[in-house]
Structure formats: structure tokens, C-alpha cells
Design a protein around this ligand. Structure first.
Ligand SMILES: Cc1cc2nc3c(=O)[nH]c(=O)nc-3n(C[C@H](O)[C@H](O)[C@H](O)COP(=O)(O)OP(=O)(O)OC[C@H]3O[C@@H](n4cnc5c(N)ncnc54)[C@H](O)[C@@H]3O)c2cc1C
Ligand SMILES: NC(=O)c1ccc[n+]([C@@H]2O[C@H](COP(=O)([O-])OP(=O)(O)OC[C@H]3O[C@@H](n4cnc5c(N)ncnc54)[C@H](O)[C@@H]3O)[C@@H](O)[C@H]2O)c1
Length: 486
């Protein structure tokens, strides 16, 4: 075996985590190599450097979410007095996806440049572990080379998983790996799943004019605040989305005109309907099966996720792992990035700082957005007792909506969860416009341990949705305000 290059740090996977780690390690003076290779989805979709977030995740999702909200704005413009705004417009899927793709291609190019500028050697090759310090790199034509590295980082992310039991399901459905690259509007769509991907995609497809149904096996947004999940469902139903609840697909058949006949079981009863597209959004599995992990001794759990210590070490001393491929980590871009940067600083910058997984904010980009940080009401009651926490909330209507006919009054909500003993705010939930923008600021306060009194001592910005946080009522638990200070 001939070694073509030797590195201090070799990164497998050029997504959010891998790129961040590689660039940071190079900034600290390490000699760094990175391999990123995209295996096409079953429908053949393939993309460039940047991983899930850039190519088939956060970026195209947010742009399409925006496109859907922009359509809603067309209706709102009429009530706001715009003349001719009501001219019925049809949405041009091709134009949107062309613009989305062109932005993604720019990002792919920028990432390549950034690696180049940092002198990170980039291999557009599939990597697998040959030994604990040797990586085998395979190019698209099957050419092979071997590189050696003192430290290896696995940051291979994940790919969509499919429900078992439906024969040849991959050939009959699409996943989020395909949706953002579809050449044509998907038409009448059945989305299977009930978490981030299902609700976000079902939401924007409806907003873009597709007849959209969401099939839910049990509950919406497991692990999130369930009162808010219920309000998200209400809002989506109000917007025209159909929910098929307590149901699972049992057969999918491609019939004439390329339509899909879907049969499902709902509370023991069999139903069927035809759809143009079935989007499977039932979770993701980590992309570790072809890395030869077992051979070099890297341990995984039964779902293929790599088992790591808190400082990102795998069961092999010089091999580390971060991001979506690691067991028990939040599958979010900013956590993968932060993890990668901190790891590089520890390995090459003489630093000790570890990733902190407490109080990570997140937003679900449903038609009415939901941002949160900290405990849900259910988690707080589970961890503490009902007597140890107080729940405050406000149900509100954004001022702007008073100009419009189309939105209903009870849709938006802010909820705070406060510890009785310390008055610390341990959970914040916001359902309303621009949730990500609103919650990001509050996340700083919560991370710093702010109390309810410190929230209350802050003056509101009027008129905003965010100021609703200052008009909350205690709905569960006994309110016991402390003296307000500055
Ligand atoms: C539809 C969707 C929307 C999302 N929206 C958001 C959002 O709004 N906000 C948010 O924070 N998160 C979002 N996420 C999650 C986010 O995209 C991921 O958490 C993040 O991309 C994980 O980064 P990563 O570095 O772990 O892996 P990835 O970004 O998946 O990168 C892994 C890379 O490794 C490559 N690779 C795999 N195996 C090999 C190999 N053997 N050799 C070489 N290369 C290999 C892959 O092709 C890929 O390019 C979304 C995810 C999806 C699916
Ligand atoms: N806005 C964001 O930050 C964002 C957006 C999208 C994805 N993500 C990340 O990506 C990860 C993956 O998201 P996801 O929504 O694909 O997966 P998920 O694992 O969060 O949810 C999977 C959903 O599919 C359902 N399900 C699972 N198996 C099923 C089956 N056989 N039949 C019917 N339903 C089934 C589950 O009940 C659940 O509702 C998330 O954990 C999240 O961290 C983040």
C-alpha cells in the first residue's frame, strides 16, 4: 500500500461539522485533508460540497419556506391596500428551484474556495478506514489512493431512512434528498412523518399551491411542547393541510400516469387514495455502514450511530466523530459546526473547552414558525414535579394581522417555564412569525441563567410580537414574583 499524503488531521465528510473542523484545524496550523463524496439518492440526485444543510437541508428548505410565505403575502397585500395585488398568480416551481439551485451552487463553490484558501487538501472521493491512521480514498471511476493521518475525524452525517415492509419503496417515493431538486411541481403530495422535515415540507408545499396531506403515525413533534404542537396542527389545518392521524402506509403502488395508489391503516381500518408524489420524512440514519468502522474498532449502536465520549472520541484513540453521525447529539447545523470548531481547538490550539449540549435553541419552520429553547412543559414536569415549576403563557395576535382577514386570532403563543426555587427561566417556547429571529436573542438570556424577574425588568419593544414575553400570565403553579431590580 502506497501512502500518497500524510496529514495531522483528516476529515471524512464535507458537511457543516466536517468543514468547520477542517477550517479551524488549518487555522491552528495543522496540515489538513478532507474527503467529501455524495452517493446519489435512489432517484439519482447528487450535489456538491457542503453536506446536507447546504444541498438538501436548511438552505433550500428555508428558501422554499420563504417562497411559500411570499405567496401568503400576496393575499395580505390586498387587505393592506395594494392595487392589483389580487391578480391571481400561479407559482412557477421551475423558476424557484432554478434560483435555489443557483444559490446552492454558489455555496458549493465558496466552500471549495474556503478550503483552498486555508490550504486544506480537498478530495472529491469516497473515504473508508483502512487502518486506524490510514484512509482509503476511492474516486468515481474506482481509482484508489491511501492517505495517512495522526488524527481522523468522521463527520459523515446521515441520509433519509425509509419505513420497512413496503416492497421497493425507494423506487416509488421521494425524500428530502430529492424534493428540493425536483424539476417539476410535485402536485398532490402525501408526506409521511410528523417531525421537523414532514411538517416543514408539508407546510411549504401547501403554501406553494400543492394539495398537501401529512400522515402521522402517533403524535406531532414528539419531544417538543405538546400544547404548541397542537396549535401548529390547528394553524396548518386552517391553512388547508390535511392530517391523516394514527395512520401508517401499508402499500404504495405506481399506477397509470405515474400516480401512486397509497393504502394505509388508520385505527385498524384500511383506506386508500392516489397521490402524484409521496414524500417520506420518517427520520434519518447515519451514513456509516461503508466506512469499515468495525474493522478498525470504532463502535456504533444498532442504528449505525457512532458512540462517542463527551469530547468526541470514538472507541479508537485517534479517531473522533461529530455531527449527525454521532449517537445522542442534536441533529442541527450549528451544533455540528460548534462541535467541529471546539474539537479542532482542543486538538491543535491547546484549548480545553468542550461542547455544551444544554439549552440549544431550535426552530421548526412550519407555516407559523415555532422556536424554542430548554425544557418543554412535559419534560419539566417529568424531570421536576408540577410544584417545582410555574408555567406562564400568552396567546396573542400579531398587530399586523389586524389588517388582514386571513389569519385567526388565537394562533400565536409564548410560553415560559420557570423554576419556583430559583426563578430561573428553564424553557421558552414561541409560536409566531419569525420565530428563529425572536428566540435567538432570548437564547442568550436563558443560557446566561436569566430569571423571570430579569425578563420582567427588561423594557419591551413596541409594537412587536416579542414584547408579548412581558405580558405573561401564570397558568400552572403559584406565581411568586420576587422584587424587581434593574
Ligand atoms: C430537510 C432538512 C432540513 C434541515 N433544516 C435544518 C435547519 O433549518 N436548521 C438546522 O440547524 N439543521 C437543519 N437540518 C439538519 C442539518 O442539515 C444537519 O444537522 C447537518 O447538516 C449535519 O451536519 P454534518 O456535518 O453532521 O453532516 P452532513 O451535513 O450530512 O455532511 C456529511 C457529508 O459527508 C459526506 N460523506 C458521507 N459518507 C462519506 C464518505 N464515506 N466519504 C466521503 N464523504 C462522505 C456526505 O455526502 C455529506 O456531504 C436539516 C436537515 C434536513 C434533512
Ligand atoms: N428546522 C430544523 O432545525 C430542522 C429541520 C429539518 C430537520 N432537522 C433535523 O433533522 C433531523 C431529522 O428530522 P426528521 O423530521 O426527518 O426526523 P425525526 O426523526 O425528527 O422524525 C421522524 C418522524 O417520522 C415518524 N416515523 C418514524 N418512522 C415512521 C414510520 N415507519 N411510519 C410513519 N411515521 C414514522 C416519527 O414518528 C417522527 O414523527 C431532526 O432530528 C432535526 O434535528 C432540523
Amino acid at each position: 500500500m502506497q501512502i500518497t499524503q500524510e496529514f495531522d488531521f483528516f476529515v471524512i465528510g464535507g458537511g457543516s461539522g466536517g468543514l468547520a473542523a477542517a477550517k479551524q484545524a488549518a487555522s491552528q496550523g495543522a496540515k489538513v485533508g478532507l474527503a467529501d463524496f455524495v452517493k446519489p439518492s435512489p432517484l439519482g440526485t447528487k450535489w456538491g460540497l457542503g453536506g446536507t444543510c447546504v444541498n438538501v437541508g436548511c438552505i433550500p428548505k428555508k428558501l422554499m419556506h420563504f417562497a411559500a410565505l411570499a405567496g401568503e403575502l400576496r393575499k395580505d397585500q390586498v387587505e393592506a391596500g395594494w392595487i392589483n395585488a389580487d391578480i391571481k398568480g400561479k407559482h412557477d416551481w421551475n423558476r424557484m428551484t432554478e434560483n435555489v439551485r443557483s444559490h446552492i451552487k454558489k455555496l458549493n463553490f465558496q466552500y471549495k474556495n474556503q478550503l483552498n484558501n486555508k490550504e486544506v487538501k480537498y478530495y472529491n472521493k469516497l473515504a473508508e478506514l483502512e487502518k486506524s491512521n490510514i484512509v482509503k480514498l476511492i474516486d468515481k471511476d474506482g481509482g484508489v489512493e491511501f492517505v495517512k493521518s495522526k488524527f481522523i475525524l468522521i463527520a459523515v452525517g446521515g441520509r433519509p431512512s425509509y419505513p420497512e415492509d413496503i416492497p421497493e419503496i425507494e423506487k416509488k417515493v421521494i425524500t428530502s434528498d430529492d424534493l428540493f431538486w425536483l424539476p417539476n411541481n410535485p402536485g398532490k403530495t402525501l408526506v409521511v412523518g410528523a417531525s421537523y422535515v414532514a411538517l416543514e415540507c408539508g407546510g411549504f408545499l401547501n403554501g406553494l399551491g400543492c394539495d398537501s396531506s401529512i400522515m402521522v403515525r402517533s403524535i406531532l413533534l414528539r419531544g417538543f411542547d405538546q400544547e404548541i404542537a397542537g396549535k401548529i396542527e390547528d394553524y396548518m389545518v386552517e391553512s388547508g393541510i390535511k392530517f391523516i392521524k394514527e395512520a401508517i402506509p401499508i402499500n404504495i403502488e405506481v399506477i397509470e400516469h405515474n400516480r401512486r395508489l397509497v393504502t394505509w391503516k388508520q385505527k385498524g381500518v384500511q383506506h386508500s387514495d392516489t397521490f402524484d408524489t409521496v414524500l417520506i420524512a420518517t427520520g434519518r440514519k447515519s451514513d456509516t455502514s461503508k466506512l469499515n468502522l468495525e474493522r478498525v474498532g470504532v463502535k456504533t449502536n444498532k442504528n449505525g450511530k457512532i458512540i462517542c465520549t463527551i469530547d468526541d472520541r470514538t472507541s479508537v484513540a485517534n479517531i473522533y466523530a461529530i455531527g449527525d453521525c454521532v449517537e445522542g447529539r442534536p441533529e442541527l447545523t450549528p451544533t455540528a459546526i460548534k462541535c467541529g470548531q471546539l474539537l479542532a481547538n482542543r486538538l491543535f490550539g491547546g484549548q480545553k473547552k468542550m461542547m455544551c449540549y444544554q439549552f440549544i435553541p431550535t426552530t421548526v419552520f412550519t407555516p407559523l414558525e415555532y422556536g424554542c429553547i430548554g425544557y418543554s412543559e412535559e419534560e419539566a414536569i417529568n424531570k421536576f414535579t408540577q410544584n417545582e415549576i410555574i408555567i406562564y403563557h400568552s396567546i396573542f395576535k400579531p398587530l399586523e394581522w389586524n389588517l388582514l382577514e386571513s389569519h385567526y386570532a388565537q394562533a400565536c403563543m409564548i410560553k415560559l417555564i420557570v423554576m419556583v426555587s430559583t426563578r430561573r427561566v428553564i424553557g421558552l417556547h414561541y409560536l409566531g412569525p419569525n420565530a428563529g429571529e425572536v428566540v435567538q436573542g432570548y437564547a442568550v438570556a436563558i443560557k446566561l441563567g436569566a430569571t423571570k424577574e430579569q425578563f420582567d425588568a427588561t423594557i419591551g419593544i413596541h409594537p412587536t410580537c416579542s414584547e408579548e414575553i412581558l405580558t405573561l400570565t401564570a397558568v400552572k403553579g403559584i406565581d411568586n414574583p420576587q422584587k424587581e431590580g434593574c
